[in-house]
Ligand binder design. Sequence first.
Ligand SMILES: [Zn+2]
Length: 439
Amino acid sequence: MIRFIFYLAVSVIKVHFNNLLSRKRLLKNTEKRVLRTIRRAYEDVPYYKKLYDEWGVDISEIKTIDDLRLLPCITKDEIRENFPGGIISRKNRLEKCHYSATTGSTGKSLPFVFTKSTFAFYIATGLRMYTMIGYRPWHKMVYIKYTKLDYPRFGPFFRTEHIPSTIPVEQQIAQLRNAKPDLLLGYASIVFEIAQKLTADDLQHIRPKFIGINSELSTQHQRDFISQVFGCPVYDEYSTEETWMVASQCREGNYHLYIDNVWVEFLDKNGKPARPGEQGEMVLTTTRSSAMPFIRYRIGDIGRYSDSSCTCSLGYPILKSFEGRSDDSFILPSGKYISSLKILNTFTKYIKKYLYLMEEFKIIQKDSGFVVIELVRGSEYNDQHFQELVDSLHAIFGEPVTISIEFVDHIEIKNGIKRKAIESWVNNRENDTVLTSAV
Ligand SMILES: [Zn+2]
């Protein structure tokens, strides 16, 4: 623990120091780290060695960050198939690493690990996003997530409280009333769901100074609505479970790409670098995860970058828009809004509880009261265990909804880079009429 706190203190200083650097200096530092990551991965991670040899890559020719394009991209499937032996560095002992898994929004679980020092750096980059928007150590942070994180606390400083994302909204509001957050963090659709349910009395008790939303695409309308209900600014963050902080909004409202943590390429349809402002597939390369490096990792998100500067003093490049991760949320027969992330998190919870229960899934709301789960069963599938998950969904819905399970061999991938795990044929999201009527 003492070692972890040391790593954390160093990381916090480091990431805040980076806020002072020019874009040129940041790019130079990132280039150095990316090149080191590639070299080490080639030496110590069997899958990268095999892949690069098969592609005939001469590692000594990778001399600048632009040379990254000489390397093949990797996909989530390749990582899954090679986990753990092929994709984890031989230099790291698995039992000493922090282990996690994610469903992302594609419905396929991805296991991954990182070292304690990487974890400390990730927490520091998260903290930086919050200090940028006004968070101070004496503020109380409440985060809504499917799992509790091991945040250290120092007496009255860095107080945190966890609220599960998978419990019904009424319970979340009750817990928020007790927790009284200064900084509230949570998935966009879940905070939106809470904002819709709050009463004037609730708002006497829940008075955050700022809100950070994360993990999924949100509309400006959703953010404005949340801001209006809580009477405080709302900042958006783009992070992934496997690489942590990718970008977040500064006080000017611009998204900055945290290239000291992860380098982002934007590729056009032909795999060539997209121009500023042009839509591109985002491909990530981590700079700090030595135990399990992600190099040219196709996360499946789409975005555009800008080569302009922000009026705030930060040197990190600007993410002009982020267009990935559009899961559909559900509108039930009574008009009740259920966050897609809450449904997804429920699946994640049971994937963690019963590791081989399911291989893949897709949830489709075909009618307001009718939901179909397409399920590729895992090697240890069990009716009873899956029924637990279905019961949790019924508890979240809180009203009669038929849930039908269809066993399939595979989930079909339709157009688009990322297959959606959750889809609603009822709710045309991004549709302001639906959102306005919810107000
Ligand atoms: Zn800025």
